[in-house]
Design a protein around this ligand. Structure first.
Ligand code: SF4
Length: 306
């Protein structure tokens, strides 16, 4: 952790020399029924664009090449400004900063992805085509109880629009399994939905009650052993999807920003956030290098520097 000297907002987290995580927003006004954050962190507050841009300019001069733009509900960025300035405006300005090679978005609210946002995102040549869209459930009935404000069908449409606009994009998501009242049938709908959309990775969280939320007062809490069983099924599906995605990369050429080295390999990520390992006699850390993928081992890609 590193204390911000940019005054108007909390801390910034750096990871090594390559990537910086920039928190641009705090709080949330959405009130999902299971979530304590709107009560605990308060309403949406956004960091001033000048402060964000100045900080990114400064760190780019120190060699940081990638920024991850995050917040508690980053899609709400700018909601508390009076001039309609929003997240997409901020991204467009970050895109102009010399020295920054990659802009990555943290977890994003699906409803932020409108046609206009896609149109403007497509013009950002530094944007990483990796989108983490929090789904939480693939069943519209469950989503309603969660107060998630979109249906499974709407989410599906957003995912296909993104895939159409960014043919190389990787989609990841979060699921809460065993939410209050989740029947066998609802769970199966979510399972089939995930199978159908085929995310690269799905992070599974077993629902746990947060006192003070609406969901905590709902009846029909799901038993622990059922949550466990459902969670295992979704984890298995996610791993199968991940392996099948990675397999498709064998023989392909990708660009990797190398971040660190263990005893044998340099390790880094592609723009769409696949982990790649490669050997090299010269130091390739903090460089974007072309790599040909030779094989897949477990959930890692191994390649040769070209
Ligand atoms: S889950 Fe996310 S969007 Fe929903 S209330 Fe919590 S922080 Fe806000």
């Amino acid at each position: 952790m590193h204390n911000s000297k940019y005054g108007d907002f909390g801390d910034i987290t750096y990871t090594e020399k390559t990537r910086a995580v920039i928190k641009v927003q705090d709080g949330c006004d959405r009130f999902c029924s299971y979530c304590i954050i709107p009560f605990a962190r308060g309403r949406v507050r956004s960091r001033k664009p000048d402060s964000v841009l100045k900080e990114i300019e400064d760190i780019s001069k120190k060699g940081i090449k990638e920024v991850v733009i995050t917040g508690i509900h980053v899609a709400s960025y700018g909601k508390d400004f009076k001039n309609n300035y929003s997240l997409i405006d901020l991204l467009e300005e970050i895109n102009k900063i010399e020295g920054i090679k990659r802009i990555r978005l943290g977890s994003i609210e699906p409803l932020w992805i409108t046609d206009e946002v896609i149109y403007r995102l497509k013009k950002l040549e530094k944007l990483c085509h990796q989108f983490h869209l929090s789904l939480q459930s693939g069943c519209t009935e469950t989503l309603k109880r969660m107060n998630r404000r979109y249906t499974a069908e709407e989410f599906k449409e957003i995912a296909s629009k993104l895939r159409e606009a960014f043919s190389d994009c990787i989609l990841t998501t979060d699921i809460i399994v065993g939410f209050v009242g989740e029947t066998e049938e609802e769970f199966n709908i979510t399972y089939e939905f995930l199978k159908n959309i085929k995310f690269y990775k799905t992070h599974i969280f077993k629902y746990s009650e947060r006192k003070g939320t609406k969901a905590a007062e709902m009846k029909e809490q799901v038993a622990g052993n059922i949550k466990e069983e459902r969670s295992k099924l979704l984890i298995k599906l996610s791993e199968e999807n991940e392996k099948s995605y990675l397999k498709d990369y064998i023989g392909k050429e990708v660009e990797v920003l190398f971040e660190e080295k263990d005893e044998e390999f340099f390790k880094g990520h592609t723009a769409n956030y696949l982990l790649v390992k490669a050997k090299s006699d010269i130091d390739i850390s903090n460089k974007v290098v072309k790599v040909k993928i030779e094989k897949q081992e477990n959930l890692e890609l191994i390649g040769n520097v070209m």
